[in-house]
Design a protein around this ligand. Sequence first.
Ligand SMILES: NC(=O)c1ccc[n+]([C@@H]2O[C@H](COP(=O)([O-])OP(=O)(O)OC[C@H]3O[C@@H](n4cnc5c(N)ncnc54)[C@H](O)[C@@H]3O)[C@@H](O)[C@H]2O)c1
Ligand SMILES: [Zn+2]
Length: 367
Amino acid sequence: MRPMADESLFVPLGERSYPILITYDHLARLGETIRERMGERPVLLVSDDRVDGLHGKAAEAALGSAGLDFKKYVFPAGESSKNLETCARIWTFLLENNYPRDSVLIALGGGVVGDVTGFVAAAYMRGVPYVQVPTTLLAMVDSSVGGKTGVNHPLGKNMIGAFHQPALVFIDLATLKTLPPEEFRAGFAEVIKYGVIRDEDFFAFCETEREAIFSLDPAALGRTVRTSCSIKADVVAADEREAGIRAILNFGHTVGHAIESLTGYSRFRHGEAVAIGMIAAGLLAVRLGYFDSASQERLEKLVEQSGLPACIPADLATEEIIERLGRDKKVRGGRVRFVLPEAIGRVRIESDISFSALKDVLDEMKE
Ligand SMILES: NC(=O)c1ccc[n+]([C@@H]2O[C@H](COP(=O)([O-])OP(=O)(O)OC[C@H]3O[C@@H](n4cnc5c(N)ncnc54)[C@H](O)[C@@H]3O)[C@@H](O)[C@H]2O)c1
Ligand SMILES: [Zn+2]
């Protein structure tokens, strides 16, 4: 494969600003990069057992060759580890090993490792820096950027957390070679989302270069991750704490979250539920006259060609999806807030969607 030059983006957040480094096959530079940018500090490398087995040795070699003093903490892979117990064990490990205030934590893994490690870092001694080393497409384009950290509670997903921006995001695209295709596809749903909310050219690029992207062609993949990160960075820089514009990142997520919750977070990957949610939001926008049906067809085609679901399985009752939606914080007085497309590349936030319009759309999407 052709080598790709390292690139960097920047998330401008005043004293919380940080770079996103995008490399291809340069995990070996992780240690020296941390050392150059953050100085010599005690390091805790955090990962899950699956990622550790695949990329842990390379990360450890990188930290070792840079002369950094580090230990490793590994927990079982999967969403079921994203809880306070895992955090408590890591806090105990840090304390037992006398990790001081100037320590740095490294999150090597997908969104679960990133969210857990970020939250552990946010609260350890009232906050220590951490570095995101995302290894899933979803984590590269979404969860590693933006500073939302946290864990699940038995009463709700992502309910316990904090805003804590990373000090650095270090992406090695080559780590995706070991990612199962279904995980890659799920992450690609968020990529499609960025095209719809902000960038028609990028959406068109995803349409024409989809095969190259899915075959991990370094140039195509590099542009995909770079553009996605820069859109996310832009939106986060404009609205770090989601008081306004950051809500556009929730395109596809209103119905997506309802379906994930209704199916117990086990039947669909997050990105798969988001794909269904994007189609629902598009159909709603077509029905309301904001979005033309040719654009909706482009969206549906890209979702389907990417191997993502575009329909709602027949056994999921519309009423139950709407009932879940009603528990969402975006609902007031029988009306739901939705991010709706106006064109590929532009969305609006509509706070007055009626349940009946939504019901028609969800019925229409049944398999
Ligand atoms: N903080 C945010 O802003 C934000 C945004 C979106 C999603 N999230 C969170 O992210 C999580 C989902 O992230 P995810 O999809 O990365 O899930 P994940 O971290 O569970 O990773 C999915 C699976 O892929 C494995 N894996 C990771 N990298 C691999 C690689 N390179 N090769 C082989 N296997 C690999 C993992 O071990 C895991 O089994 C959810 O908990 C979600 O709430 C957070
Ligand atoms: Zn998402």
